[in-house]
Structure formats: structure tokens, C-alpha cells
Write a protein that binds this ligand. Structure first.
Ligand SMILES: [Zn+2]
Length: 266
């Protein structure tokens, strides 16, 4: 009897163990394969490898984003209130392209700045900053450059070309930015049309390009401009209401360019 019980236990116990382990093992396998199934496009779309570690790209909304690189946190056109940025450290560097409300908001700046933050802005934004923020600001006109926190910032012109749009972004006011981080070149267009200065850019690793009406570019303009300067990767942004899927499809007819669509709108 004793022997039979022992034999039974010997037979039953492993089955119980197997019954316990097997579904968990399957679950673990599924869990481990999930990132492979879903993440390559997402993860690849959100990081850029540089000589000093990855740039992590966090789209916030519309034209606002946070870049994290080499221990520093870079805010681009932060608006929408401090709560939107609660997941991120306060800024080491802030780039503001121009004075429109979807790019520049003083209460948001007050929420994300620290005393050491460097703020790089256009001339018009510089004139609107309160003294408390102005003392941390470096004002760049089109074509000027600034070195900060291991990176270089070049102010690229950003303006409208079409007669009926000139009232939005006249030439000489707004900046786009070319940000060089760990040897990689990131272009942030600001609000602009397909200007010659954009088409003449070279060796761009990542570009954020605006496309929405009536303020910036049509999809056709954006496709033409991007295919002219051939960034390795382009992210449509500032694209509310625009057919970014068509942009991606058309721009990728140039096989050297990868267009990646991030979630800029809720
Ligand atoms: Zn604007």
C-alpha cells in the first residue's frame, strides 16, 4: 500500500508540476515574443543611435516633443501645460521655433524649466519672454548657431512662400533647427513651406517636417521637399488633418528615405 501510494505520488506529482509549469512556460514564451511582434517599428521609430548613446524621441502633441540623449532632456516647442510633461525630467535645453501659441507658451515653460536650463529661441519669442526666463535665453536669428550641452544648434529659416500664406510666417521671423547630437543631425522644420534652405540641407539623419493647411505645407509640397533633401528618416509632425499615410507612401518611393508615423494627436 505504502509502495503503491509512493508510486502514485511519483506519477501524479510530476504531472501536477507539468500542469503548473506548462501554461506558465507558454505564457512566458508568448510574453517574450510580444516585443518582437510589435516593437520593431515602434522602437526603431523612437530612437536614433549616436556616438554618445541613443536619442529617444518622445512625441507629445502636434509640434511639441521631448528628446532624451546622453543624460540631457531637450524640449522642442513645449506647450499644453506642465502636466503633459510630468513623465520627464525638467529641461536641460529648450528650443522654441516661433511665437505662435502651438509652439510657445509661457506657463508651460515655467513648469518645465530649471535655473540651469538653456532656452534657444527666435528673436520674436525672445522679445516676449518675461525677464525671469529671458535671462536663460539665447536668441538666434536665421542662420545663427549656438553650442550647448554637447550639441550644436543651427537656426534654419522657416517661412511661407505662397502669397496667401505669407501672413502666417513671414520670412526672417521663425526658426527651424538643425540639432547635432553625438554626430547625428536632426532637423526640426518649424512652420514653413518647401523653402530652398530646407531643400539644400544635406546629410540629415532625422527630420521632423510640418504639413498642414492653411499654415504650412500641402502633402505634395512636403513630399517634394523631403525627396529633395533626402533625410534618412522623416517624421511628419504638425500634421493635424493631413493625409500622412499618403505622405509616407509617396516619400518612400525614394527607397533611401524611411517615413515614420508617430502618434501626435490623441
Ligand atoms: Zn506658426
Amino acid at each position: 500500500m505504502h509502495t503503491r501510494t509512493a508510486c502514485l505520488a511519483w506519477f501524479v506529482l510530476p504531472r501536477q508540476i507539468v500542469a503548473w509549469i506548462f501554461p506558465r512556460f507558454l505564457g512566458l514564451v508568448c510574453l517574450l515574443s510580444l516585443p518582437r511582434a510589435f516593437s520593431p517599428s515602434v522602437r526603431a521609430a523612437e530612437t536614433l543611435a549616436t556616438a554618445q548613446g541613443d536619442v529617444v524621441i518622445n512625441p507629445i502633441q502636434h509640434a511639441s516633443m521631448v528628446l532624451q540623449w546622453n543624460g540631457i532632456t531637450i524640449y522642442i516647442d513645449p506647450v499644453g501645460g506642465g502636466a503633459k510633461y510630468a513623465a520627464f525630467p525638467r529641461a536641460d535645453l529648450v528650443l522654441i521655433t516661433h511665437e505662435h501659441g502651438d509652439h510657445f507658451d509661457i506657463p508651460t515653460l515655467e513648469a518645465i524649466l530649471k535655473t540651469q536650463t538653456v532656452v534657444v529661441t527666435s528673436t520674436t519669442v525672445g522679445q516676449k519672454l518675461p525677464t525671469s526666463i529671458g535671462k536663460q535665453a539665447h536668441i538666434l536669428g536665421n542662420g545663427q548657431s549656438f553650442k550647448s550641452a554637447g550639441g550644436t544648434i543651427d537656426a534654419i529659416p522657416a517661412y511661407n512662400l505662397t502669397a496667401e500664406k505669407l501672413k502666417y510666417h513671414p520670412k526672417g521671423v521663425g526658426n527651424g533647427y538643425l540639432l547635432t547630437l553625438g554626430g547625428k543631425r536632426l532637423y526640426i522644420s518649424g512652420d514653413t513651406e518647401d523653402i530652398p534652405e530646407m531643400k539644400a540641407l544635406t546629410n540629415i539623419d532625422v527630420a521632423f517636417v510640418c504639413m498642414n493647411l492653411p499654415y504650412t505645407m500641402t502633402i505634395d509640397q512636403a513630399v517634394g521637399a523631403v525627396r529633395a533633401f533626402k533625410p534618412k528618416v522623416v517624421y511628419p509632425y504638425h500634421s493635424r488633418g493631413s493625409d500622412v499615410a499618403r505622405f509616407k507612401q509617396e516619400v518612400e518611393q525614394d527607397s533611401a528615405i524611411s517615413a515614420r508615423i508617430l502618434k501626435w494627436y490623441p
